[in-house]
Design a protein around this ligand. Structure first.
Ligand SMILES: Cc1ncc(C[n+]2csc(CCOP(=O)(O)OP(=O)(O)O)c2C)c(N)n1
Length: 323
């Protein structure tokens, strides 16, 4: 177990990440989110495990399932929720929405194009190298994204130039309805690292301590100039691929079993109680505080205005179409 203060901070981070996604689900019920919504319930140990080893100057480029990575990088949760709810006060003035938040303040961004986070992270890593900075670029992908050309190309270039890049692969064993074991040429994703002169690490992504340890090792390796890392974190997705997914590919019973056996917050809570670090009452109080904070933020966000329709053509790269 880590120091008591660190352990409790990890627990709180996971609770805050879950409370954030639960607020998104509530916003969806209230019809304040209009596009697809992908939440990360069940994967919070990965977000919480990343937070400690990230420095402000590091970059994180995430995926369609990005909320907990944004929070780990220090993105303001009110501005993020406002963006997801398409409000003018959001990170990108409501234009990016849930899949395309971008925050230059914290060097955080995400893309809904599967596999495309990695070439962008590679660009950050290249820039850090050119400027002589010791920052690290983290590119996040799912197991599905690890099968794309973008993954391969980014790893080839990062390996050849020994760039400071950590590829965090969240292997929840499903790419929408496709089972990882049916389509992967290798049993693990981390073992592909040797093909790219990269370091490969694999951790239990439902164990926040294991993620924190693995992520710190990966970041240390990349920061020391030893080249890229593929860090695979195994986990389970507790909800559909997106909200509204009929989930014809797995039974309700199977989903329920995963929730009962692999909830990272419940698992860590049991460990904290066993170690005498946090009784269930303290854990419940932490969760209640985080939920209450998000309830208040959601209320505030829902009262914020959406962009004016007349501003639909603002903030483009090209202001006027060529004649
Ligand atoms: C280039 C591209 N192809 C297809 C899609 C549609 N799509 C969205 S998410 C997804 C599956 C992603 O699976 P994975 O990378 O394992 O991430 P997870 O959803 O499990 O977090 C697909 C195929 C897309 N967004 N981009």
């Amino acid at each position: 177990m880590p120091e008591p203060a660190t352990a409790l901070a990890r627990y709180r981070r996971m609770a805050a990440m879950r409370a954030f996604d639960e607020a998104c689900l509530e916003a969806l019920r209230r019809k304040a989110i209009h596009g697809e919504l992908h939440v990360g319930l069940g994967q919070e140990a990965i977000g919480a495990g990343m937070a400690e080893a990230l420095r402000p100057e590091d970059a994180v480029v995430s995926t369609h399932r990005n909320h907990f990575h944004a929070l780990a990088k220090g993105v303001d949760r009110r501005a993020l929720l406002a963006e997801i709810c398409e409000r003018e006060a959001g990170l990108c003035r409501g234009r990016g929405g849930h899949m395309h938040p971008f925050d230059p303040e914290t060097n955080f961004s995400a893309t809904g194009i599967v596999g495309a986070s990695l070439p962008v992270a590679l660009g950050y890593a290249h820039a850090f190298r050119m400027r002589g900075e010791d920052a690290v670029a983290v590119g996040v992908t799912g197991d599905g994204g690890s099968h794309t050309g973008g993954f391969h190309e980014a790893m080839v270039m990062a390996g050849a130039a020994r760039l400071p890049m950590v590829v965090l692969v969240e292997n929840n064993a499903l790419a929408i309805s496709v089972n990882f074991e049916d389509v992967s040429p290798t049993n693990t994703i981390s073992e592909r690292a040797s093909a790219y002169a990269a370091k490969g690490l694999r951790v239990d992504g439902t164990d926040v301590d294991a993620v924190a340890e693995g992520f710190a090792e990966a970041m240390g390796h990349a920061r020391a100039g030893k080249g890229p890392v593929i860090l695979e974190a195994t986990c389970h997705r507790f909800r559909g691929h997106f909200e509204g997914d009929p989930e014809g590919y797995r039974s309700r019973e199977e989903r329920q079993r995963l929730r009962e056996e692999f909830d990272p917050i419940a698992l860590y809570g049991a460990r904290l109680a066993d170690a005498g670090l946090a009784e269930p009452a303290l854990q419940e109080a932490i969760e209640a505080e985080e939920k209450a904070a998000m309830k208040e933020i959601l209320q505030e966000v829902l009262a914020l205005p959406m962009p004016e329709a007349s501003g639909a053509l603002l903030y483009r790269f090209v202001e006027e179409a060529p004649a």
